[in-house]
Design a protein around this ligand. Structure first.
Ligand SMILES: [Mg+2]
Length: 499
């Protein structure tokens, strides 16, 4: 491998390959330069059409072949001449839509520490460290004093003894991330949550909706700050890799837009480690060969990168160094199944308590199914006893449903079948599979089902506005005496309710 990497820095080899590559790149680049190339392409047919037209006139029996043929100017569409014409106002002009750096990366600055500072005003303006054992997030006040993420607490407190350490509250972070995501979705439906505080947005096709694209993104940044108190950094480019580098370059409250065609100029002076996906190992391998900037990396032939890092990673590095990235923004996919399960501390044989718990889990599943516009065909129940004996059974429902009463009815039938041992139950879980799109037409003439549908819809609406505990069934009362409550529901022993 070393010999291959050595060959990277052999200047003549590189230059000879670069010379071969350069014209091809120029050709490719030309494809992006729509004004000049597009203009040429448009001119060609015009000239071609003028030619036959002239010949036809020259061969005409009128005998004007010796006289110069007057070229009648082709009238251009009014909208192309005047962007303020009626056609332009109606959006019917033929002018090509300008290309925008449509992929936007939104990154919340020092997320956990910032949320802590929003929730506790006494922490604002102070160095705050979040985590247990090592720093999961440090406020910018702590970062300015030399603290870095993933640093051990002992080291971090040596660097910054006045730092305030907070253990972290995951539920709050998830709530804030959800609030940020909802704001983003009011600007474009194509929002991908890459990590808890990392989002990619696609603004392709919104040129007419947002004529002032830059102003729109600035407004988005300000709205998130005003609504949640969190500052975000924004980067916009044609590809994910360039957008994410742009957003991270000027944190906090960074804003960088890389115009189409400027990607390579933007990347050239940056250090290699800024490229997403290049680990420390690869960075040090490149540094040993004197390659420290992305501009230098771009001069390395593709074959040498393949040889040094393997075909997949070598190809990725080669593409990323040019700002190329085929990844698209992926909106959240709809679930194939939904399950809700929890452990019971110490176990219990109290059937009232267990059936209350199953009712609560069924309610959560019904609510999730309605949120996604889905109905379930199959329901399963899982019980695990304190002696690790496990029982699981599924049942096919008579008709697909997302009504929690129907789900509960099926779950309780399974419970009576499965709960046959005089041993305490340590885990209870309800799941649904075989999901299909909610089609209410099935219940058009079923008044009871219709009443249930309206009831569920109103309960969802009340809970969406006032929290999960604003309304619940009578059996839930006993459960609420056992468990603490929070706006999103009960605080169960196992809060990881998988989707
Ligand atoms: Mg962040």
């Amino acid at each position: 491998m070393n010999t291959c990497v050595e060959s990277i820095v052999l200047a003549p080899a590189i230059e000879s390959m670069q010379e071969g590559v350069a014209p091809a790149e120029e050709k490719n680049c030309g494809a992006f330069c729509t004004p000049p190339c597009g203009a040429q392409d448009e001119e060609a047919p015009r000239g071609a059409s003028a030619g036959p037209g002239a010949v036809a006139q020259g061969d005409s029996p009128a005998g004007f072949s010796d006289r110069p043929i007057p070229q009648t100017p082709q009238p251009e569409p009014a909208a192309e001449k005047n962007p303020w014409s009626a056609w332009a106002w109606l959006g019917l002009c033929k002018s090509p839509a300008r290309e925008i750096p449509n992929l936007v990366h939104v990154d919340v600055d020092a997320f956990f520490a910032s949320v802590e500072q929003v929730l506790n005003p006494r922490l604002r303006g102070k160095p705050v460290l979040v985590g247990r054992g090592c720093v999961a997030s440090a406020s910018y006040e702590a970062k300015a004093l030399g603290v870095k993420t993933a640093m051990g607490f002992r080291e971090a407190l040596r660097v910054c003894p006045q730092a305030i350490v907070v253990p972290g509250q995951y539920e709050h972070y998830a709530d804030f991330a959800e609030r940020v995501r909802r704001i983003l979705e009011t600007y474009t439906p194509a929002v991908e949550t890459a990590a808890l505080d990392d989002f990619y947005l696609d603004f392709a096709g919104t040129e007419r909706l947002y004529p002032d694209y830059r102003g729109t993104l600035v407004r988005l940044q300000m709205e998130i700050f005003k609504t949640t108190g969190l500052s975000v950094s924004i980067g916009a480019a044609r590809t994910k890799v360039v957008a994410s580098i742009a957003s991270r370059l000027e944190r906090p409250r960074g804003f960088r837009m890389v115009a189409p065609g400027d990607e390579e100029t933007f990347l050239t002076p940056l250090p290699v480690e800024k490229l997403h996906g290049i680990g420390h190992m690869h960075t040090s391998t490149l540094a040993e060969r004197g390659i420290t900037t992305i501009g230098q990396l771009r001069r390395v032939p593709k074959a040498a990168l393949h040889a040094a890092f393997g075909e997949a990673i070598g190809q990725q590095i080669w593409e990323r160094a040019r700002g190329l990235d085929g990844r698209e923004v992926l909106p959240p996919s709809t679930p194939k199944s939904v399950s809700r399960e929890t452990t019971i501390e110490g176990g219990t044989i109290d059937t009232e308590f267990l059936s209350g718990l199953i009712e609560y889990l069924s309610e959560r599943i019904g609510s999730t199914l309605r949120e996604y516009g889905k109905q379930a065909r199959t329901l399963g129940l899982r019980l695990r006893y304190v002696d690790h004996f496990s029982a699981h059974q599924t049942v096919r429902l008579s008709k697909p449903t997302n009504d929690e009463r129907e789900l509960l009815f099926a779950a309780k039938e399974l419970f009576t079948k499965l709960f046959t041992r005089r041993v305490a139950v340590r885990l209870a879980g309800v799941s649904v599979t075989n999901l299909e799109t909610d089609r209410r037409q099935n219940e058009l003439f079923d008044t009871s089902a219709n009443r249930r549908w309206h009831l569920n819809r109103e309960m969802d609406r009340v809970r969406g506005r006032f929290g999960w505990n604003a309304v619940f069934y009578g059996k839930g009362l006993a459960l609420r005496e056992h468990y603490a409550t929070k706006p999103t529901g009960l605080v169960l022993s196992t809060p990881c309710l998988s989707r």
